[in-house]
Ligand binder design. Sequence first.
Ligand SMILES: [Zn+2]
Ligand SMILES: [Zn+2]
Length: 378
Amino acid sequence: MPRDYYEVLGVDKSADADAIKKAYRNMAKKYHPDVSTEPKDVAEAKFKEISEAYEVLSDPEKRKLYDQYGFDGVKQQFGQDGFTWDDFTRADDISDIFGDIFSDIFGGGRRNRSRSSSQAGESLRYDLEITLKDVLEGKKASLDVPHTVSCQACKGTGGKDGNVSTCKTCGGQGQVQSVSRTPFGNMISVKDCPDCRGTGKSYAEKCPHCRGTGRTTKESHINLNIPKGVEDGMKLRVSGEGNAGINGGPSGDLFVVVHVKEDKTFDRDGSNLWTGIVTTYPKLVLGGEESVKTLEGENAVLTIPPGTQVGTVLRIQGKGLPRLNSSLRGDLLVRVTIEVPKKVSEEERDLLRRLDDTAGSRPKKKSSIRKKLDDIIS
Ligand SMILES: [Zn+2]
Ligand SMILES: [Zn+2]
């Protein structure tokens, strides 16, 4: 249900024709997509809304119907989909401001297509899931992509054996005009030809292979190199592998969207990788080495410096991911933790007690929370 037309134009129910025209012109200056600061689709919708309101309120007959019966009263003035630019008869009222307001900004409707319009095919999207290891090594992906291609049997014309003639309804124009009488003179509206659907060609017999559409579906096998270092969400364009065009229009493209699966062991951070290892308390205190599995499955040596704290992140250079279009590699960042055993042997218990009794194992500094508490108390 559209908004109340008076409300849309911001005028009173008793406003006269001049006031309505003035209100519309002012709003058109604000919302015409060529001048509006709003996003284009918002401006277009808004401009269409005010134009619909103006179309009704500027016409004494329509306005009377609207006043009496509301939207139901004017519904029949417009087509099934409601108000479209074909229904707009008042373009002259603002043409002094904007010139031809239908220049090219509105999809469909008034746009003048060239003779037997050709259309580009739709582009397609293919979602491809790869692993982190594929990011490391690159991947040769082979995709089976169903898409439409020009029908070979009829050479894309839709007529049996390619036999087509010029559409008699539109004389090959692809469009038909209809003239309607309005209180303001004859209005010409232009629509896609219903018989040839805008192609300008007709056929006596449909091509049986494509049922007259000129396109058939085919699964294409596409080999695609996924580059090393590819990022999650990246789109790779494969030219011309979308749907076939219509009437000799170019094919659309295929967009392969890469999704990198989460890895159990490694987290990605740009070209760096994060992982973790569990080491022992003595190694953190005294220093030592641990073996860390890299993404390629090799064992790398991690050097733990003496006095390393739990949670410290150590770096193994050049064992991260490759950067896109570069021979450089990021680093492997290793967070070091220890596991506190729940059970210990008698001997271990002894050793730990003796260790705890020595002064060196005691924290010298108070923890920051403790220190704050002391501050509050004193
Ligand atoms: Zn065909
Ligand atoms: Zn036609």
